[in-house]
Design a protein around this ligand. Structure first.
Ligand code: BGC
Length: 441
């Protein structure tokens, strides 16, 4: 059996990613809280409840877990509705809590990356039409400015918005997020408002912290044409253009082109210091004239795909390489801001993790400047419209008792972080069943 060590560059950031609503608990002043409490929105009527109880202080023990696991970075989000509970009121105590968390990371020698918007919005904002109302552009920038002013001594890496495309898909194309609309025109308008809000926030952040590094966590999903027919080819390109390309390109060129909605946004040109990339999977797309709401398409995984526990994610590390190559096209440093899978049994995850980290290593050795990798996620957390049915944590969580349980992947990932490498010893010890996949003859 071949033996080898796949080293990562010195100073590489290894961490996990989390988001406020998914881990803090009792985020009762935002749109998701209301949405969860309405019948029929969340699988099994689950509620975020106390989530991982980070607002109650359990971030400390979870940061200890991350530190014990040799992680040197963590990406988390701040909750807008806590920092600005009403349109004309800022909550200094909430900012103090986030400052404490940042100090907690510093004490543990971990670099912080903060996301300013991760799917949730304050109720006062959604009452004025949320991201549909162009007023959000300045409101979001004001929130970004205030937050960065308060936290800038402890954080330099900022993600303005997490996955604008997933947000729009979820909330405005019927995919289970509030406000529960299904309307293409509004969807694209929201996406455009997000471009403008990002651009305005980018300027504001740099004004208050000139050496800030600001980016977006872009969700890139592969859409492979399921057959060679022209309609299917067109539809897969359309998905790619609207879902993967439109937002990111606007931040490079100042031109928004989501096919059905185009606009000039010169203020958005060159407003990224890095590319944040969230990659989970790739899928097949096929033209279906009956599915007008879904851009006339069926989307599904290939028959031979190896699927995660709930069938949500196909293990597709080649797709990860494609995603990294795509991100590299923007000529900026790259952070993998999310990558992971649902697996309470921690069987699939070890393979997924190793194959994806190896794919990443491969791309870095093709001179692609990836600076860090954040696994989703540290501890099981509230999975949006899928509630607690999916378990993405390196650590398991029983949300009732708040008891955490260590998964083997936590040890495997710790070895990767400790050695800054994939080693034969770690694979042999923690995932012998995939040894030959990682070290083929
Ligand atoms: C989101 C996370 C989510 C993860 C897994 C990503 O699209 O940013 O909030 O938990 O997917 O579903």
């Amino acid at each position: 059996m071949p033996r080898a060590t796949f080293y990562f560059p010195n100073g590489f950031l290894w961490g996990t990613a989390t988001a406020a609503h998914q881990v803090e608990g009792n985020n009762s002043n935002n749109d998701w809280w209301i949405w969860e409490h309405q019948e029929g929105h969340i699988l099994n009527s689950d509620l975020s409840g106390k989530a991982c109880d980070w607002w109650g202080g359990r971030w400390k023990e979870d940061f200890d877990r991350a530190q014990d696991g040799w992680q040197n970075a963590h990406r988390f989000s701040v909750e807008w509705s806590r920092i600005q509970p009403e349109r004309d009121r800022w909550d200094e105590a909430a900012l103090d809590r986030y400052r404490e968390m940042l100090l907690g990371l510093r004490e543990r020698n971990m670099t912080a990356m903060i996301t300013l918007h991760h799917f949730t919005s304050p109720l006062w904002l959604t009452e004025m039409g949320g991201w549909e109302n162009e007023a959000v552009v300045d409101l979001f920038a004001a929130f970004a400015r205030r937050t960065v002013e308060a936290l800038k001594s402890h954080c330099r890496l900022w993600v303005t918005i997490n996955e604008p495309n997933v947000y729009v898909n979820g909330g405005y194309l019927g995919d289970g997020f509030p406000p529960g609309k299904n309307d293409q025109k509004t969807a694209l308008k929201v996406l455009l408002n997000m471009v403008k809000a990002h651009a305005t926030a980018y300027e504001a952040i740099h004004e208050v912290q000139p050496d800030a590094q600001v980016g977006v966590a872009h969700h890139w999903r592969g859409f492979e044409a399921a057959n060679s027919g022209p309609a299917t080819g067109y539809i897969s390109r359309l998905h790619n253009k609207v879902f993967n390309q439109a937002f990111a390109s606007a931040l490079q060129t100042g031109k928004f082109d989501a096919v059905m909605l185009k606009d000039n946004v010169p203020q958005a040109k060159d407003t990224q210091d890095f590319m944040g990339l969230n990659y989970y999977t790739r899928e097949l797309v096929k033209f279906d004239p009956g599915k007008s709401g879904n851009f006339f398409s069926n989307r599904y995984y290939p028959k031979d795909a190896v699927l995660s526990e709930t069938g949500f994610i196909a293990n597709d590390p080649d797709g990860f390489q494609q995603a990294i190559r795509w991100a590299d096209g923007f000529g900026l440093p790259i952070y993998i801001t999310e990558n992971g899978c649902d697996d309470s049994k921690d069987d699939f995850r070890r393979r997924y993790l190793l194959e994806h980290v190896k794919a990443l290593w491969h791309m870095i050795n093709h001179n692609i400047p990836v600076k860090g990798y954040f696994h989703w996620s540290l501890v099981d957390n509230f999975e949006w419209e899928r509630g607690w049915s999916q378990r993405f944590g390196l650590w398991g969580l029983d949300p009732q008792t708040q008891i955490r349980s260590r998964r083997i992947s936590a040890d495997l990932y710790a070895e990767i972080c400790r050695t800054n490498a994939i080693t034969s010893e770690a694979v042999e010890k923690f995932a012998p069943e995939v040894y030959e996949l990682i070290y083929p003859e």
